[in-house]
Design a protein around this ligand. Structure first.
Ligand code: PLP
Length: 410
């Protein structure tokens, strides 16, 4: 039977008594602790290790922001609060989550198109920085600030003329719903400053999920040059520059992890030789999946094992309603297997070729195709890795009525 490879299992997962274990706890124990499957498990130890690794590689001058849309679970936010410098949100719902987690709004910036007036007002009155996506949004922010008697803190999100090469999702270059076209930024910035708003600088985000250090290094060089040029044209220094990020994680067979040391060394060189208009500027990267993606695993249970025309199906109680990305329906063109394993027989010999599917009544609900795995029976636990980002909240959990998965930070 033909097999298809699965993606690489991230570092930090172990075998204990034949089972997959995280933080010294076996998959079966984690399921028992949550009381049910399906279940997302997020590991503090793995989050800490990832951030420590980043801090060690990156210049101290560059701050680290967490783009919370990757994983806004309240316990994860509370854990991240002392570990990163800033938090990027994209809605007033996410603003409420940061508040509930005790995060100081002065550390929060709010990007994203289509901010409603009520969202702008909530952010301005809390003292959150708005990364304005258009001149219209900046004007509405100024008006709201005047009405409520509070100076808005405004940065401009720039739509640059370059993009992050090889990135999974392009968010810059050409016509975009994101940001203000670079050539229109100086005039808008002068207006914001002239109106007496608190000028917070620029936000330049060019793409996501890049695994090439060279592409990231080239883009970061372009970001610094563009920011310096814009600061020059604005005629005022930039208090802050959010440099974006786009650091990717390996999801699929053949993906190589990002060479963080190379990116860090290149950024060290850049910050040692900053263009003059940026010398006093606070710099930060904003990362989502790179911080949290590999620190999470999704566990679901085999509820049926069946044959159809010579193909074996492991039917689980999980699926695309929690793991849309693993099913291949979230930003991928060709479906490839995520890292998937039988958690309850983690070190057993792989001698069975199976399709792992979810419990939704749609052929889109696939977790692994033609994967070579240890033989699993009803009751076994399946693990889908790289589940710490864009899982629980980026999947249609209301679809077909099975409801959300449990989530556990350990
Ligand atoms: C989604 C998003 C991020 C995070 O992207 P990752 O690929 O998870 O790192 C960062 N910044 C902005 C503006 C975003 O929209």
């Amino acid at each position: 039977m033909k097999t298809k490879p699965v993606g690489p299992i991230p570092e930090g997962f172990e075998t204990l008594g034949g089972e997959l274990a995280v933080g010294g706890r076996k998959a079966s124990e984690l399921v028992a602790a949550a009381g049910r499957t399906p279940l997302f498990v997020y590991s503090r130890e793995l989050l800490d290790a990832r951030i420590a690794k980043l801090r060690a590689a990156m210049p101290g001058k560059i701050g680290l922001n967490f783009a919370i849309k990757a994983n806004p679970h309240p316990d994860v936010l509370r854990h991240m609060e002392p570990l990163v410098d800033g938090f990027d949100i994209a809605s007033s719902g996410e603003l409420a989550l940061t508040k509930a987690a005790g995060i100081d709004p002065a550390r929060v910036s709010f990007a994203g198109p289509g901010k409603r007036d009520d969202e702008l007002e909530a952010a301005i009155s809390a003292g959150v920085t708005l990364n304005c996506e258009s001149s219209g949004e900046a004007e509405r922010s100024l008006t709201i600030g005047q009405r409520i008697g509070k100076e808005p803190r405004i940065a401009i999100r720039v739509n640059p003329d370059f993009e992050l090469k090889g990135s999974g999702m392009k968010m810059g270059g050409g016509a975009k719903q994101f940001g203000v076209d670079a050539d229109k930024v100086p005039a808008l910035a002068k207006r914001i400053i002239g109106e007496g708003a608190e000028w917070r600088g620029l936000h330049i985000f060019t793409g996501s999920q890049a695994l090439s250090a060279d592409a990231i290094i080239e883009t970061q060089g372009n970001v610094l040059n563009l920011a310096a040029e814009l600061a020059d044209s604005i005629g005022s220094s930039l208090p802050k520059l959010n440099m974006g990020g786009g650091f990717g994680i390996p999801y699929f067979p053949g993906d190589e992890p990002l060479d963080l040391a190379a990116v860090g060394a290149a950024l060290q060189g850049m910050v040692a030789d900053l263009p003059v208009p940026l010398i006093e500027t606070d710099l930060c990267l904003e990362l989502g999946r790179y911080l949290v993606g590999e620190a999470g695993v999704y566990l679901c249970r085999v509820v049926d094992r069946k044959e159809s025309h010579g193909t074996t199906y492991l039917v689980t109680d999980g699926g695309l309603h929690h793991q849309l990305a693993a099913s291949g329906n979230f930003g991928t063109v060709v479906r490839r297997n995520y890292p998937v394993a039988i958690a309850s027989r983690f070190d057993a010999e792989a001698d069975d070729v199976v399709n792992v599917v979810g419990c939704l009544c749609t052929p889109l609900d696939r977790l692994a195709d033609q994967a070579l795995m240890p033989r699993a029976e009803v009751g076994d636990i399946v693990a889908v890795f790289c589940a710490g980002a864009y899982g629980a909240t980026a999947s249609p959990s209301a679809f077909l009525g099975h409801g959300p998965a449990a989530e556990l930070l350990i």
